[in-house]
Unconditional design. Structure first.
Ligand code: FES
Ligand code: FES
Lengths: 153, 742
């Protein structure tokens, strides 16, 4: 079957076989390799995207269920010549090491700040607790998010 | 084909500044190519048939049903391995594909290539394998008693009759930890038109992979090119081969590019883990607290094949006493063969296991002596001019053990009681224990580890530095695993050459010599050392060519004016120098383990503060602070990142991370059941960078990135002991150990 949806503002159509996940279709059929696959179980957040305004693990969403939705992936955040402020803050604060978790964290942080422009430290930790980072120990991630949210680092 | 090795753009930034990583921008945009992103229009997907048992004879293997599936191009078994059916960087003993028997859970038996991922997986399922199950050896002591030992190592130093007035004994265990890099094993192989192959896959040392792949494929070395590929972390798990030979075999067999990406369960099943350990210790001291004698016996669970176990085992013994002086030491260790999952390198490499034991011993000794545990450590601290307790090696390089201890001790401590905010207490809002029965504890630990390769190994790194009109190119086979190699090499080249425009190019094995392993905390000193020296020669030649006295991006200067621009200097004739850099020679120790097997050491200290709910056995880390010996800080931001990340892996081992095994099978090979620290588990970390420049690393820098993982685990457990009064001799500490219902 084919699924039709809007991805990063563009109408897209993709072939879907059986139970393929939205993550697989984004990566393998649409060539959007930003969302990562680290567990396929909803545990690590590497595959985080926004579907109709909600933050989801795209590995848990059946691609067929994305019919008619609006999907925002990490590729949809930066403009041609400017990083999204979250991306900029991550780069500046050393929140990126191997970077495999980064697309997921960037999308989750952008979503958080859109709904809660000045989160407290516990709110940041809670909101991002579905994303695993094995490299940074979360310190630089916290400083990056705090640098944008007004709450003092 | 759409494959490009990760390389670097440029940003200004010299040694000592927190220069931003050049790959930070593409990584935040999702535009950085990881091994799992590599693909080609003509590619097939590979999948692997794996053993469901830890020990069995293979009684039947039938690939016909898989081959019959439409879209399947190849199903290969042990018979199809063109060369040696054995891999391993120390001893080649692990089969590429199992032949007749399986010896660990998840061992590869056959590989398939098909038009798409689903078909490949279906084909792998369709291969018929029948087994005659054998009793797996899963108990370390039993394996040792049966003489199943890959390596034993002894350290005997001093007077066997010497004894102290005060003695403490202990038995300790460490569970099996997984590196859990977020990027799983992945790669792609391209056949060439002459029977050769190019492979791009996760690796920590492409040249040692190359040697093994060549042997397994039975090809000439120049027919195989191993390329670096974007890494989603490593932490030791990429030191041994995983899917490389499988990919090459399938690509050569089908004549098509073949891609494989392991899922998380396969990742857990296929790579080596941190060795589980059992350790028996006796420490003796005089009444003042000076160590007089240490006895230690260490068993490490190596799994079914050698891998890097001999080196891990030796490290566990070398650092059996830790960063302390002691004149009389009798230590022995055994790497035991079992049918548990394979073990090998993980950050800290043997020094982690002993540190958990010797630091618990130091705390016991402090109690016995009625002494402050930090004072006891300061009293015995091993420093420059002292001899390593196990080998007797004279410490010649800076070793600021007292400085790291003092630095951590002087950081402010939080209130000595937990607060009342449930969010800050163990269990969070779900806490059912009255907040005032939550107890707080403080724990302290110090760790030591060697840097770079030891024991007479010919340890070197090649690098080539090229100056062109456009700037500087640094060529290396060192691996950017996420640690920031690319930034450090840029900073070194910029600083030596005075030119801001520096691109780091990670070459394949046909284009540059080995950089050695990206492990053992060695690349800042080794690859960095090679780049430093090659850049210095480029600078010399530039000055000579234009008879100048300085070099910058503007060109060569003489007496304050530019006498040749880069274009004039090397526009048509680039200046190029390649260096093979070796650290000073080390030597194998004698039969008593005595001698000078190491080139250098680093130390770190941690202080952990925890709150514990003694009724439910829940632990909340309040904070964990650290001081780290780095020689000279080349990039403070990146150092802090290594300290914080490494510390959290040690916290994971302390309280949550362990493979749960049943008859050698891993029961929790997924992120739902193998728990990793999340944002909510991670406490604030305050880090102090201690600088005492060394003599041989670039600008005095020392490697250190394993250290934060070594002393963090014992510090956390010491804090839980302080809060609860429990002995807690095993990590990870589980609620049942605290509550005492086990
Ligand atoms: S890959 Fe989707 S949560 Fe891990
Ligand atoms: S930067 Fe490697 S997992 Fe987060």
């Amino acid at each position: 079957m084919n699924v039709h949806f809007t991805v990063n503002g563009e109408e897209r159509e993709a072939a879907v076989q059986g139970p393929e996940s939205l993550l697989f279709v984004l990566r393998e059929r649409l060539g959007l390799l930003g969302a990562k696959d680290a567990c396929e179980q909803g545990e690590c957040g590497s595959c985080t995207v926004i579907v109709d305004g909600d933050l989801v693990c795209s590995c848990l969403v059946m691609a067929a269920d994305a019919e008619g939705t609006e999907v925002l992936t990490v590729e949809g955040l930066a403009t041609e010549d400017e990083l999204h402020p979250v991306q900029q803050a991550f780069v500046e604060h050393g929140a990126v090491q191997c970077g495999f978790c980064t697309p997921g964290f960037v999308v989750a942080t952008a979503h958080l700040l859109e709904h809660q422009p000045a989160p407290t430290e516990p709110e940041i930790r809670e909101a991002l607790s579905g994303n695993i980072c094995r490299c940074t120990g979360y310190g630089a991630l916290l400083r990056a998010v705090q640098s944008m949210g007004g709450a003092s680092p | 084909m759409s494959v490009a090795p990760p390389d670097a753009t440029t940003a200004p930034g010299r040694v000592g500044s927190s220069t931003l990583r050049p790959d930070g921008v593409p990584k935040t945009k999702g535009a950085f190519a990881y091994a799992s992103d590599l693909q080609d229009e003509r590619m097939l997907w590979g999948a692997t048939v794996r053993a469901p048992l830890a020990r069995a004879r293979i009684t039947r293997l039938d690939i016909a049903p898989a081959l019959a599936i439409v879209g399947v191009h190849a199903v290969l078994t042990a018979e199809d391995v063109p060369g040696l059916n054995a891999m391993g960087q120390i001893v080649q003993d692990r089969p590429v594909l199992a032949e007749n028997e399986v010896t660990y859970w998840g061992q590869p038996i056959a590989v398939v290539a098909a038009e798409d991922r689903e078909t490949a997986r279906r084909a792998a399922d369709a291969v018929i394998v029948e087994y005659g199950e054998l009793e797996p050896i899963t108990d370390l002591v039993e394996g040792h008693e049966r003489g199943l030992v890959f390596r034993e190592h002894k350290a005997r130093r001093g007077d066997p009759e010497a004894h102290g007035e005060v003695a403490v004994e202990g038995y300790y265990e460490v569970g099996t930890q997984d590196q859990a890099p977020l990027g799983t094993e992945a790669g792609i192989a391209f056949p060439d038109t002459e029977g050769g192959v190019d492979v791009y896959a996760v690796s920590q040392w492409i040249h040692v992979d190359h040697e093994q792949i060549v042997d397994c494929l039975g090809l000439r070395p120049e027919q195989v090119r191993v390329h670096p590929a974007g890494m989603g972390g490593a932490f030791g798990s990429r030191e041994d081969l995983s899917l490389q030979v499988h990919l090459c075999m399938l690509a050569l067999h089908t004549g098509r590019p073949v891609r494989m990406v392991y899922d998380r369960q396969e990742s857990f099943a296929s790579h080596v883990h941190r060795h589980a350990a059992r350790m028996w210790y006796r420490h003796e001291a005089d009444r003042d607290g000076r160590l007089v004698r240490v006895e230690a016996r260490v068993l490490l669970d190596a799994g079914a094949y050698t891998e890097t176990s001999p080196a891990v085992l030796n490290n566990a013994v070398y650092f059996a006493v830790g960063p302390y002086q002691c004149p009389n030491v009798f230590a022995e260790g055994y790497a035991v063969q079992t049918n548990n999952p394979p073990s090998g390198a993980m950050r800290g490499f043997g020094a982690v296991q002993s540190c958990f034991a010797y630091e618990a011993q130091m705390d016991r000794l402090a109690v016995e002596l009625d002494m402050d545990p930090v004072e006891l450590r300061l009293l015995n601290a091993l420093e420059t001019g002292d001899r390593l307790a196990t080998t007797g090696q004279l410490i010649e390089e800076p070793l600021p053990t007292r400085a790291v201890i003092e630095a951590v001790r002087s950081l402010p401590v939080d209130a000595d009681r937990p607060g009342n905010d449930p969010l800050g207490l163990p269990g969070g809002t779900g806490l059912t224990t009255p907040p005032n029965s939550v107890v707080r504890g403080v724990g302290f630990a110090v760790g030591i580890k060697n840097l770079a390769f030891s024991e007479g190994f010919d340890d070197y790194a090649d690098a080539r530095v090229v100056l062109t009109a456009a700037g500087v190119e640094v060529h290396t086979a060192a691996i950017e695993v996420g640690q920031g190699m690319v930034t450090i090499l840029q900073q070194i080249a910029r600083t030596v050459l005075g030119v801001d425009q520096v691109a780091v190019i990670f070459d394949d094995t046909s284009l540059i010599g080995s950089a050695g392993s990206t492990s053992a905390s060695r690349q800042t000193q080794m690859a960095g050392g090679a780049v430093y020296r090659a850049a210095a020669r480029v600078r010399e030649e530039a000055l000579r060519r234009a008879d100048g006295d300085d070099l910058t991006g503007a060109g060569v200067w003489r007496d304050g004016t530019v006498v040749a621009t880069l274009e004039e200097l090397c526009g048509s004739d680039p200046i190029e120098h390649e260096v093979r850099y070796r650290h000073i020679e080390t030597a194998e120790p004698d039969e008593d383990g005595q001698g000078s097997p190491h080139v250098d050491f680093s130390v770190a200290a941690h202080r952990a503060i925890v709150d514990v709910d003694p009724e439910l056995g829940l632990v909340k880390l309040v904070r964990i602070d650290s001081a780290q010996d780095v020689g000279r800080a080349l990039n403070p931001q990146s150092i802090i990142g290594q300290i914080e990340g490494g510390t959290m892996q040690g916290v994971g081992l302390a309280v949550m991370e362990e493979l749960v095994l049943d008859r050698g099978r891993v029961l929790n090979a997924n992120f739902t059941d193998y728990l990793l620290p999340t944002f909510l588990d991670a406490p604030p970390v305050q880090s102090v960078i201690v600088e005492e420049p060394g003599s041989w690393g670039p600008f005095g820098a020392k490697g250190f990135s394993e250290l934060p993982t070594i002393s963090s685990t014992p510090a956390v457990v010491a804090a839980i002991r302080a809060a609860t009064g429990k002995a807690l001799t095993r990590v990870p500490v589980r609620p049942e150990h605290i509550v005492g219902i086990e």
